[in-house]
Design a protein around this ligand. Structure first.
Ligand SMILES: Cc1ncc(COP(=O)(O)O)c(C=O)c1O
Length: 385
């Protein structure tokens, strides 16, 4: 006898990487040396102070019990300090910061909090697949809004306005953008806040890449005057602090929005392991030099990734920021899916095909910078042969 899963579980498709990484593992188990440039999983260490704080905290008898649902005060104060120093944004650490077990889970909490079945959600095409998947899981209707390649992958505001109906409740946005690397600008953030106000939608900005290979001062959407009325921002230590497996993030914004999210969240998890929060508190104070050193390593990898795109005949936008390089396939070549399979099985190099971020990505590939540059150069050599 098999008990049928719910409609929602049947509708959900397995995450592309969970399927494809199975194929990569199989090739590795057969003895092949696969260079995996698919997933964005930082391979560098957190700062030394972060690791010391984790160890010291884990030695405390009081560290192992349940922690407050709202996070420990020291971590929230560190987030507020980080926002002031990094973005020039002031946050009340008690009321305007809610720690999350990674920002990905925040997408679910926000969706459960603000969306009723049948409500509509504006999701970027191209974009992080979780916005769409979670919206569908909670019974909302996804309206994909176009990003304009000619305009540097900025939202097409007119097209977006045409998608708005009285049921439109939420708008997802993410700059520096994944996967295209399009940078944030203050003009873009101002326009987004004005749009959210004009159309009475909650603007959820997802901001995990602001400190990675940024060419300008990192930006938060909350810098726009009046943004907190209609916008909340997810942020994460996964990429900026090399702590992806730790699952440390937060949502920042007005107390009313955060309290509503907290009500849902307290029914789902029971707070975050204390040593993670103690170590995260230290990491948030990492020096500018620490961040510069991390970015210097990514720069070296970026050069190799650019050589890889050249070897494939691809073109790319040099304004990109973040932890990936997004390349356009040459005209007349096979589409990204066939190219990725060919490279995986013939050259044992794995890249992400652009279509996993939306249909518009059919003729693009994404290279992750999460391997040492020597490995990326090795991929260039294999492909050039
Ligand atoms: C755009 C975007 N948002 C959110 C996340 C999730 O990050 P976290 O590790 O904080 O859950 C990712 C991770 O790849 C991402 O690319």
């Amino acid at each position: 006898m098999i008990i049928e899963p719910a409609h929602r579980a049947k509708q959900a498709t397995e995450y592309y990487f969970s399927v494809k990484l199975g194929e990569v593992r199989k090739l590795v188990s057969e003895g092949h040396d696969v260079i995996n440039l698919g997933i964005g999983n930082p391979d560098m260490m957190p700062s030394a102070g972060t690791l010391d704080a984790l160890k010291q905290s884990a030695d405390q008898p009081s560290a192992h019990g349940y922690q407050p649902y709202t996070g420990i005060p020291a971590f929230k104060e560190a987030v507020a300090r980080f926002y002031r120093k990094t973005y020039g944004v002031s946050l009340d650490p008690v009321k305007e910061v809610l720690p999350l077990i990674g920002s990905k889970e925040g997408i679910t909490h926000i969706s459960l909090t603000f969306l009723d079945p049948g409500d509509e959600v504006l999701v970027p095409e191209l974009g992080y697949p979780t916005y769409r998947a979670v919206s569908q899981m909670v019974g909302a209707e996804v309206k994909s809004y176009p990003l304009l390649e000619e305009g540097g992958w900025q939202p097409d505001w007119q097209a977006m306005a045409a998608l708005v109906t009285p049921k439109t409740k939420l708008l997802w946005m993410n700059y520096p953008h994944m996967p295209t690397g399009a940078p944030a600008t203050e003009a873009l953030f101002r326009e987004a806040v004005a749009f959210a106000k004009a159309h009475r939608v909650l603007l959820c900005h997802d901001n995990p890449y602001s400190l990675v290979l940024n060419k300008q001062k990192p930006m938060s959407l909350l810098v726009v005057p009046g943004a907190k009325e209609v916008a909340i921002e997810l942020n994460s230590m996964s990429k900026s602090h090399n702590m992806a497996g730790w699952r440390l993030g937060w949502v920042a914004g007005a107390e009313e929005y955060l309290n509503a999210i907290l009500k849902i969240k307290t029914n789902i998890d029971s707070g975050m392991f204390r040593p993670l929060q103690d170590a995260g508190t230290v990491a948030l104070d990492n020096s500018d030099e620490w961040h510069e050193a991390r970015n210097a390593v990514y720069h070296g990898r970026l050069e190799a990734a650019e050589a890889l795109l050249t070897a494939l005949g691809c073109t790319w936008d040099h304004a990109q920021e973040g932890m990936f390089l997004w390349g356009k396939l040459p005209d007349g070549s096979a589409d990204a899916g066939s190219l990725v399979d060919e490279l995986l099985y013939k050259k044992h190099v794995f890249l992400a095909p652009g279509f996993i971020f939306g249909e518009k990505g059919r003729r693009y590939i994404r290279i992750s910078l999460c391997l040492p540059k020597e490995r990326i150069w090795a991929a260039v050599e294999r492909i050039s042969k």
